[in-house]
Design a binder for this molecule. Structure first.
Ligand SMILES: [Zn+2]
Ligand SMILES: [Zn+2]
Length: 105
């Protein structure tokens, strides 16, 4: 009498919702309820959108960068910045840069 009851209760565990992929416009099923304010992507597009493995964002900050000498527009001290200074934009040293950022808030 112990039959195949185990098999019968399996599909319920994963809820899935019908949604339309914001990328390829195909109907797809997602494991969460779609909301109005968030685009929904099918599995393919979701994978595509994710940055590839080894995306070097972190290395970008860590690695030895070319530094440029500049004079801070605020405290007039010479400093080094990780980008080439341009004439039409004031350059700030790290300290002043942080200070200015905080003031914006
Ligand atoms: Zn898609
Ligand atoms: Zn400064």
């Amino acid at each position: 009498m112990v039959g195949k009851s185990d098999l019968e209760e399996e599909p319920e565990s994963k809820p899935s919702f019908k949604a339309v992929c914001a990328e390829c416009k195909q109907e797809c099923e997602i494991p969460f309820e779609p909301t109005e304010d968030r685009p929904v992507y099918c599995q393919d597009c979701f994978k595509k959108r994710r940055p590839p493995r080894g995306f070097q964002r972190r290395d970008f900050f860590r690695g030895p960068r070319k530094m440029f000498k500049a004079v801070c527009a605020e405290c007039k001290q010479e400093c080094e910045i990780p980008f080439e200074p341009t004439e039409d934009r004031p350059v700030y040293c790290k300290n002043c840069f942080v200070k200015r950022k905080q003031e914006e808030f």
